[in-house]
Design a protein around this ligand. Sequence first.
Ligand SMILES: NC(=O)c1ccc[n+]([C@@H]2O[C@H](COP(=O)([O-])OP(=O)(O)OC[C@H]3O[C@@H](n4cnc5c(N)ncnc54)[C@H](OP(=O)(O)O)[C@@H]3O)[C@@H](O)[C@H]2O)c1
Length: 504
Amino acid sequence: MRPNPSDLFCNDLPTKPQPEVGKILVAGASGYIGGRLVPELLNRGYKVRVMLRASIADKDRWSGAEMVVADASAPNLLGQALDGIHTAYYLIHSMLLERNQFEEAHIKASINFRKIAEEKKVQNIIYLGGLSDLQTSPSPHFRIRNQVAEELRKGKVPATILRSDLIVGSGSASFEIIRHLVRNCPVLLMPPWANAKLQPIAIRDVIKYLVGVLETPDAWGRTFDIVGADSLTFKDLLKTMAEILGKKRFFVPCSISSVEAYAYAAGFFTPVPVQITRCLLEGCRNEGASLNNEIRRLLPNQTLSYREAIVRALSREDQDKIYTRWSDAYPPAHELAIKLDELQEAPTYSSYYSLLTDKSASSLFKRICKIGGREGWFNSSWLWRLRGVLDRVLMGVGTSRGRKNATSLNVNDVVDFWRVEDCRPDERILLRAEMKLPGRAWLEFRIDPENNKNRLSVKAYYQTRGVWGKLYWYAFLPFHIFIFKDLITQIERTSVEGGTNHKI
Ligand SMILES: NC(=O)c1ccc[n+]([C@@H]2O[C@H](COP(=O)([O-])OP(=O)(O)OC[C@H]3O[C@@H](n4cnc5c(N)ncnc54)[C@H](OP(=O)(O)O)[C@@H]3O)[C@@H](O)[C@H]2O)c1
């Protein structure tokens, strides 16, 4: 979904667009920040090239931009991505790599990018990193961001570095962690690091600064810290959220300071995977980063307070206008996952259920587009949730990722532990499983015309070779009969001609 022009953040930016500088590359365009930046640049008249790790079927999302497929860890295609580029945004990041790969992968990618940018005579690299002191930060995650900034700065191409603390906005991981913890936990344990000061910043201010530094040549090649209007502890962040949501919550000090343990426990109450939660919470221990406020002089901007950022994020959710979400880039390299239509042989196992109906294809399709998330999965919602809990125990995505938009689906959108692989209006929705499985699974909804009626069907596909995979399929087979029959019966029953469908 592309934002409406009135929802863009840079409409009141004091700087003037300068599309004449040349083409702009956004590397990491499928991520939370990159996905918000691209429409802003396009709206300001820039020629934009987006760099993605795999070609995305949802071409609409990038309409107006040129698309190039490249992976920063493999330099051979970076030349094509950086060719003819004036400014390159480096918004590449992965919080989900194993600790032993984390450092090497990030450093290698930034070195590749810097070298090829130099070869291609790029004029400016803009990087968004984390706010912490390189020497004193206890967080490996934040130290890597600083090292990436250092690597990018080493080359001949000026690197403009913005450093930010937690980013708060609709769909941001920090916002969802805080909101879910407050919603779901009447008693909140407060480890010692919950009293360290942070300066969260609203996503709209981050985007304004990212665009603003592009339009301010005096800023090129320099490092700036970008922060929100107030300085708060992790406990303050939770308290403010509780006040806004009208929840009475009890804060109990606890002496266990392990971020790892806190993140694992939080994983049962929030949709955000443990690995991302751990990285973000590690940032809460970063108190003491000395601030460089120079950006305020170069780019005057009244940043939002944390409270204002939260209120705006909640209202975006209410209006069903979340344009990017942390789950867009999670699991990592999901774009590279094998698609059902790419399999050389048909999946080994499948289950098929269908019914014939007088209802129109458009009403059935609209109803399918609402499944999952808060609406749930009809009578068998509890079974899906149980499967989600099992997945969280195994450190998978679980069902609580929910959905970005309540009523519409696009290729790549998340629906609980599924991701949309194909979406053909009034015809087909194909979901690919992203939960932990001993195989690969898909769920396909189809609407096919038949004798002046419509056949609504659901088909589960499962591909496996191993013994565990086969056992898994047969163990869940009895549940399929109940779940899938119920699913299509309820979709048919609750779809309404002409628009709004029933809530389940
Ligand atoms: N979000 C925050 O709270 C926050 C706070 C402070 C700073 N930042 C900074 O903001 C930047 C962007 O963060 P984000 O939240 O937008 O991250 P994100 O949602 O996780 O997106 C990361 C992007 O990097 C891409 N990527 C990962 N590895 C790649 C590779 N080897 N080659 C090419 N692309 C690759 C991903 O592509 P795939 O879709 O293919 O995986 C995705 O588009 C990062 O530099 C981060 O340090 C973020």
